[in-house]
Design a protein around this ligand. Structure first.
Ligand code: MF3
Ligand code: CO
Length: 250
């Protein structure tokens, strides 16, 4: 069942989403060679606290941190660690969510650590653009898999691959609601999109194979071939006139 949100509820989700956007911006500014992923997690907690918001991931299905820090071949759910020191040339995906006044916000960005290879830059840019191509279809004139198809076709035209094992999701009073939003699919298919749907759209894009493997920590998803992966996410409300990106920093 998809829970449609009224305008007032969307404004509450927006409050949570703006906190997420601010935290992700601040944390991404801290990314540089020599910083540990643990420090980034601590900074995200400190900033959430300042905003009187509760980190959404900590304790979710037993997830032990507030931030997901996925470096290089790590796709999503990378665990912050005091031992993981960022090095020049790394890519890091920062995924963060909060709950504020009962409503959730969720977003992710991938940023370079210092100077990175041309291929890594291209992967980041294609993944970011894929997210925006998907968001452009978050309009009542389209169907769910139009979002999926827009992402997949753009990504594959650049020779990259779309992760199958994780998907985007509805969001509201819960971090994960219906519908699931695959980042691959057939144009013109899926449910009709409606005003009041709030969707977390999150392409996870690999340089090589889309196949994944889960590390022994039972969380970290990595690429099977060890090549790079990138991830961007926005929480988006569908209005009569199209997408309203709630996690875009105002
Ligand atoms: N953005 C991710 C998601 O929506 C982050 C979840 S991490 C978890 O699924 F720890 F909360 F599972
Ligand atoms: Co999400």
């Amino acid at each position: 069942m998809i829970i449609l949100k009224k305008r007032k509820e969307i404004e509450k989700i927006r409050v949570a989403c703006q906190i997420v956007a601010k935290v992700l911006y601040e944390v991404s500014q801290r990314v540089r060679p020599g910083v540990t992923t643990y420090e980034l997690n601590e900074l995200s907690e400190k900033l959430a606290k300042k905003e009187k918001a509760k980190p959404a991931f900590k304790g979710y299905r037993g997830y032990p941190f507030s931030l997901c820090t996925s470096v290089n071949d790590e796709i999503v759910h990378g665990l912050p660690s005091r031992k993981r020191v960022l090095r020049e040339g790394d890519l890091i995906s920062l995924d963060f969510g909060v709950v504020k006044n009962g409503y959730y916000g969720d977003a992710a960005v991938t940023v370079p650590v210092g100077e990175v290879s041309e291929e890594a830059k291209k992967l980041i840019e294609v993944t970011r653009e894929a997210l925006y191509r998907g968001i452009a279809k978050a309009h009542p004139k389209y169907r769910l898999f139009d979002i999926s198809h827009a992402i997949q076709s753009y990504v594959e035209s650049h020779g990259f691959s779309v992760v199958r094992d994780f998907v985007g999701h509805g969001i509201g009073k819960n971090l994960h609601e219906s519908p699931q939003i695959p980042n691959f699919g057939k144009k013109g298919h899926g449910i009709r999109l409606k005003p009041g749907m709030v969707l977390a759209i999150e392409p996870m894009i690999n340089q090589g194979t889309y196949e994944i493997r889960i590390l022994a920590d039972n969380w970290t998803a990595v690429t099977k071939d060890g090549k790079l992966s990138a991830h961007f996410e926005h929480t988006v409300a569908i209005t009569e006139s199209g997408p309203d990106i709630l996690t875009e920093l105002k």
